[in-house]
Design a protein around this ligand. Structure first.
Ligand code: SF4
Ligand code: SF4
Length: 488
């Protein structure tokens, strides 16, 4: 009787059931270790409970199997019901649900009317850093924008968008300020006109090297990765994302201020560098600012070398980094297929979430553009809103749907109030980046979760709720690595 084909099938089902429960318990264990590694106390407790629950289930299942229960009528009913539930749940969570068609069109998918190119002179850093009180440019700018003068004067008195650096860390901020100033000096060294828009090296003899677009694309991406880029994508430039006029000036290069920026380059190579999980965790304290500046320095290093490489091939190239922008990078990164822009206003990537910094090179070298991607960000952000809840200056909108701004649908960050908080903290805050469920370290369980949420809308809802359960809905700064501590 026990060797009948029916009972062989039951034995196979029991074996597969044990295997499935063992895999579940293993994922629970991996999540426990991941939470310990992430130094997330609350998640560690929940992961331990989850692992204990899965292990208990596995043991109960094994005991039931060994007792022969699954070969009785009620046991078989339970086994088959369990299988049906698990198979349906798996199909429900794993299958690819309807794509977001507008995300697949890149920024063009979100355009509802004709927008205008943005003038860099109005950008908050350009206003505060470049326009010196009493200068010709100062009078010219505030004559055109009188509504900003009082606000900007008050901010300048407080020390600009960053205020007094490291204020929130007192009394131990000195070494961290020294570290971030070390990084911030690199983009300054790399922003003179001959560096950001280089000529071909004399040893290249002004030669133009013929490359097909596909060969040029392979070489450019390979070179960018080789010199340190974590992600690289190519966009065909929509001129809307090129600033209309220069606004940020360094090296006393005042003839550049207010100069019209030609939108004559057809392609942008956009590069992303991962920000360290350990350094973002202590946000809004100085370690996250050190990390931002380190990555801006990397971006300056990569983009200027890449521009020099393209110039040596005989084509025009302009580096875009912290101290020299001709373009707005997040929309270019979307069009370059690196990710989608989230509620918090940053680019969100599948690989690192918003935990990245961007740099770019615009060029007339013919290249093959990448396709925009749908990784489920817009749908996830519609109901998550964690960054908006945690933002100390209430700068991130709560609206369910993105709204029109300059012809494009987006969740528009209030950058004036955001920078107001930066001045109070003396850092670049980064709380929104830190709390975003997409920012977790890419350990095995988080890779699995990102794979699921990128393809399935039900997984997005479930894991958004689970993120709140496991990690909480408020931001608590984590301990910094010892060398970058901010407390005695
Ligand atoms: S950086 Fe800070 S203040 Fe600015 S939007 Fe993010 S959480 Fe809010
Ligand atoms: S915290 Fe939530 S709402 Fe905010 S960007 Fe991240 S996923 Fe979107």
């Amino acid at each position: 009787m026990n060797a009948s084909p029916f009972f062989i099938i039951v034995d196979v089902l029991i074996f597969l059931g044990v295997l499935g429960l063992a895999v579940q318990a293993f994922i629970g264990l991996a999540f426990f270790f991941s939470s310990v590694w992430e130094k997330e106390r609350r998640a560690t407790v929940f992961a331990a409970v989850q692992f204990a629950g899965m292990t208990a289930l596995l043991i109960i299942f094994l005991l039931m199997a060994l007792s022969g229960f699954f070969k009785t009528a009620p046991g078989m009913v339970l086994l088959i019901a369990g299988y049906i539930t698990v198979v349906f749940a798996a199909i429900f969570m794993v299958r690819k649900t309807a794509p977001n068609l507008r995300a697949l069109q890149g920024t063009a998918g979100y355009m509802v009317s004709k927008g205008n190119r943005f003038d860099e002179r109005v950008q908050v850093f350009a206003r505060n850093r470049s326009i010196r009180p009493g200068s010709k440019q100062y009078h010219q700018f505030y004559r055109d924008h009188p509504e900003l003068e009082k606000y900007d004067s008050e901010r300048r008195e407080k020390g600009g968008p960053l205020g007094k650096i490291g204020l929130i860390d007192k009394p131990d901020e000195g070494p961290n300020v020294a570290a971030l100033l070390a990084s911030i000096s690199i983009p300054i060294h790399l922003c003179s006109p001959e560096v950001v828009k280089p000529d071909s090296h004399p040893l290249m003899n002004g030669k133009k090297i013929d490359l097909s677009p596909s060969e040029a694309t392979i070489r450019i991406k390979g070179y960018a990765t080789n010199i340190g880029a974590d992600l690289v994508g190519i966009a065909k430039i929509n001129p809307l994302w090129i600033y209309s006029h220069r606004g940020e000036i360094f090296h006393e290069n005042w003839e550049e201020w207010g100069r019209e920026i030609p939108a004559d380059h057809k392609y942008a190579i956009v590069v992303a560098e991962e920000m360290s999980f350990d350094m973002v965790g202590p946000a809004p304290h100085t370690p996250s600012l050190i990390e931002s500046m380190k990555n801006y320095a990397k971006g300056a290093y990569i983009s200027t070398q890449l521009a020099a490489f393209i110039a040596n091939l005989g084509y025009e190239a302009t580096a875009n980094h912290l101290r020299h922008y001709t373009a707005i990078l997040p929309p270019l990164a979307v069009d370059a297929g690196l990710g989608e822009v989230g509620r918090l206003g940053y680019l969100m990537t599948k690989e690192f979430g918003p935990r990245i910094r961007l740099s770019a090179v615009t060029t007339n070298l013919p290249l093959i553009p990448d396709k925009p991607v749908d990784i489920g960000v817009e749908d996830f952000c519609k109901f998550c809103k964690k960054c908006a809840t945690c933002c100390p200056s209430e700068s991130i909108p709560y609206d369910d749907e993105p709204k029109e701004f300059n012809g494009t649908l987006k969740w528009k960050l209030n950058d004036e109030t955001c920078f107001g908080y930066w001045a109070k903290a003396g850092t670049d805050c980064c709380i929104c980046m830190k709390v975003c469920p997409w920012s977790h370290a890419r350990t095995f369980p988080h890779r699995l979760i990102v794979w699921l949420i990128a393809r399935n809308k039900y997984a997005r809802r479930i894991f958004s709720v689970m993120d709140n359960i496991f990690y909480g809905r408020i931001s608590i700064p984590k301990a910094a690595p010892k060398w970058a501590r901010f407390k005695n």
